[in-house]
Each structure stands twice: as C-alpha cells, then as structure tokens.
Design a protein. Sequence first.
Length: 430
Amino acid sequence: MRSTTQSQHDLSRRSLLRAGALAGAAAGSSWLTGCGSSGGGRTTIRFLQNKPEVIGYFRGLVDDFNASQSEIRVIHDSTPTPLVPQFVRGTPPDLACYNYNLESSNFVAKGELADLGGLPEAGRIDDNVQDLVAQYAQYRSQTSVLPYAIAASGVIYNKDLFDEAGVAVPTTWSELLKACRAFRARDIVPIRQTYKETWTLSQGLFDYVSGSALDVADFYDRLKALGPDAGPRAKVSFSREFRDAAEKMIELLDHTNRDAPSQSYADGNAAFAKGRTAMYLQGPWAVGEIAKIDPKLRLGSFALPATEDPADTKVRVNLDLALWIPNASSKRDAAEVFLRHIMKPAVMDTYNAENLTWSSTKNAPAVSDQRVAGLQPYVDAARFYQGAGTYLPTAIPIGNYLQELVLSRNAGAFLTRLDNDWARYAQRNL
C-alpha cells in the first residue's frame, strides 16, 4: 500500500516521533538497564519490516529511536528474505513488523513465537482484532502476535459519477445490480476488474462476495473439523456453502470491463483514474495509486452487499502489519523496548493516518480520509472478515481457479475442484 500523504507529513512526523523517542527513552530507563550487552556496549537487535511502501516510515522510526538513547541499536532489515529458512537456521529477527497471514501463522501454531500477553500493549489491542490472529492459528492460550494495522477493503467508487447518475451507495445485492444497470445505460463501466494477476481476483471478486454472503471464519472452522473426511459430498463443503456466492460472482461479470482478462493491477488503477468507471473492487492501497494519476478525483468506499439484508454486509480486512518476537531471540528485553516504542499511540496513529489503515487498539481515532471513511462503521462494529481466499494454503491455487471461473462461468466445476483439493490437503495435514 502506498502512503498518499507521506511527503507532506515528513517534517511534522519526524519531529513528533523524535520527541516521542526521547521521552520514551527517559521513561523506559529501567527497561534499558537490563538490555545492555557485556562490556557496556549497545545491545543490537534486528528489526524485520520489509513492506515496500512503508520502509521509509519505519526507517525514520529506527533512526529516531537509535538517536534517542545509547543502550539499544536497532538494525532495520528491509530485505525480502523468506522467513522459514531463518527459523530453521535459528537466526530469525529479534522483532518483526510483518503482514500477518496464513503463512506467518505457521510460526504461531508451532509455538515459535514468544508470549506477549503480559505486555501492557497487549491489553490495548481490541479483542475483535486480536481474534483475527486466532482465526488462522493459536498456540495454547498465548498472545503470540500483536496486530498493528488493519487494512479494510471495500468497493472504491467515483462519487461524481454516482451523483451525476443519481445512484445511491447500494446496501443490498439487488441495489448493486440496479446501480450497475444504471451506469451501463450511461455508457459507464459499472465495475472495473483485472484478471491478469491472480491476487486481484481472490482479494476482490472472491473475497468480497463470499465475505458478505456467509460467515467465512465459521465455515473454515467447520471444514477443518472434518479432517480427512472433507470432500464435495461432505456435510461442510465449498459446493454446499459457496454456491450462492459463486453464482453471484459470475453475475457480476456481466457488469465488468470487457478487457479485464488482459488487465493488470496497474492497468486497472490507470483505467479507473480516467473517470469513466463507477466502481473498483480494490483496497485502500489502490486509492493512493489512483490519486497519483488524478488527485482531483472524488473517491469513496463502501462494503459490497451480497444479500438482500444490509445487516449481512461486512468489510474485508487483513492484518496489514503485526508484531511478534521469536522465542529464539536472545535479546527479547531489548526487542520489547522497541516494540513498546513503536506501539505508542502517537506513532501508531500517525502510521495509520498516512497509510489509510485502521489502528488495532481500543478507542483508536476514526479515519479522517473521506476516501475510506465509508468503511468506518463496519470496523467500529467489528462487521469484518478475513477473505475466504486467505484461508487456503498455497497448495490450492485459488487465483488460478478463479481465472478459469471468470472464463468458463462454471460454478459447479470451480467449487468441486476446491473441495477435491481441500480433501487432499486435509488427508495430508489435518
């Protein structure tokens, strides 16, 4: 996700964070005393954070922290190095601020991460957000991961086109289709989609429709409980419970740009920025990219409705960044000091404001950017879900199957394939 306002906030942000670092160093002197390395030198820790769009932000945090005290030296590791080999070699980072997904949850499941539940910062995390961690994996009753930022994804829409067509933000499935027909009548592309890259299909079409049509987390809990008995004819299956969602995905294809199969994510951003597309199934990271092309475009976001009951509508979220400390780190005390620094409200709130994400903490400030503010009520009410595609292991290439679905429009074959693949996965792993 690109920061849309970072350059204009750099001076004020760095001034704020430098002051915060100095204050934090003084207040945390008792912590720092126990972190010194032998010989009176600084304790050096490796901090892994390699999300490209925000490397500059965290580099500034590290520089300010290092300059504020003389006990701990943080090395910012922004290299895109795979994590598994680091754990295998016994050389994982001392602290990571990393996207939390199914892959990284494996370290939780195996008990590789330290229990952070005793930190005061853990008590500040919103319970509904912390639950997102456990939906992928849980180790005993530990708090192995502290969510840092939530990315909420909805339908990006062109406010001017909606106003000109007299179309209100849809709150039901039928209203969404009615809006699509209204835009088609005005020779406006109703929904911009891109199929060339598989992630855009999984994150958008698949996750959005299924997320508001059913309880995704509950489905996967029940599916996993079947163990090796899973399959197309099982009492819990994709064929049984995703049928309606899959058919609605196909229905939306009639309201999509014809060149979608050949369009990449970048192509979609550029096309939407031209102002002749009403809606775009993308997350907040696309907002900044669109603004680079046309900063005057008036954008908003809403959660995609997939039923006739507005109460069913939810917004897709992912833990954009989360903090964890490996058990293998010999410098946990020092790592916790820096963790506590970057979890200060001023630091977290600044990050989230600049990157169109939500804070993971209780009573966090509402987003102020009107381009994503339409999703705030869903976040406040915890009416959110992690996408159905994010629960699937890499052995099940959901993106490739979705590319086939949008071309064949055969929902039955798509769902049966998912069931068969899951059955094979379950027999080996569950």
